[in-house]
Write a protein that binds this ligand. Sequence first.
Ligand code: ADP
Length: 258
Amino acid sequence: HLDTRVPNGGRDEVGQLSASFNRMAQALEEAEQAQRRLVASVAHELRTPLSNLLGYLEALQDGVVPPSRELFGSLHDEVLLQRRILDDLQDLTLAESGHLAYRRTGFDLAELVETSRVAHLAVAEAAGVALSAEAVGPLPVHGDQDRLRQVLGNLATNALRYTDPGGHVVLRAFPADGHAVVEVRDTGCGIAEEDLPFVFQRFWRADPARDRETGGSGLGLTIARQIVLDHAGTIEVSSTPGVGSTFRVTFPLVEAGS
Ligand code: ADP
């Protein structure tokens, strides 16, 4: 570790210069630390599906388990998870460095919420969860429709994933204070209050073992948050363990005629 700090010489120009140099050095050091943490977590995240894959292959090779449809299905799942993690990571890196190309157009967010519901009906049915939508439109917004669909899809998928059979997921969209509001509410397991500050952090999971089984990369909400911020929007969550969670996203409404 190199100490790049310059002694601060006071309030004159040289003093100010050294102070600003020290701030830069500290920012650089923090960026490097963040980089190291990211590399460590990526390695950690990829190691699990890779170890599983290796375990399956060795068992096959040693004849411990016979080849079967089910086994190949598991192999396939592990490879898919690795690809998801890498795809998500690429999205996130591009988004965080401001290099994710957005193709922005004007469109109705209320319609997007409706189509999002239809797109998730099959998953909802498989999960035994009722999925409904209440959209009060039109909600004209300006943004990248595919990326906002990705955000809604991520919230809807999570809601369905963390809700037991017999539960409900409701997608709502309505105008409020010059904004389009989208809420994804579920009657699922909920998130503990002390965990709420972490849900948008990369690779954070309430229950790593269980949540990994559901096929998530742990990056979905981090990417969703970045996309929302890039659309001048806000995203927040409220939750009561055992009762359910509500994710709330807002985007500026486009004035009619502008
Ligand atoms: P993942 O791909 O693992 O779902 P996300 O970034 O989408 O990653 O979510 C991070 C974590 O937040 C999840 O692993 C889960 O623990 C928690 N979480 C997200 N959405 C919900 C929800 N609707 N209900 C309960 N927990 C949730």
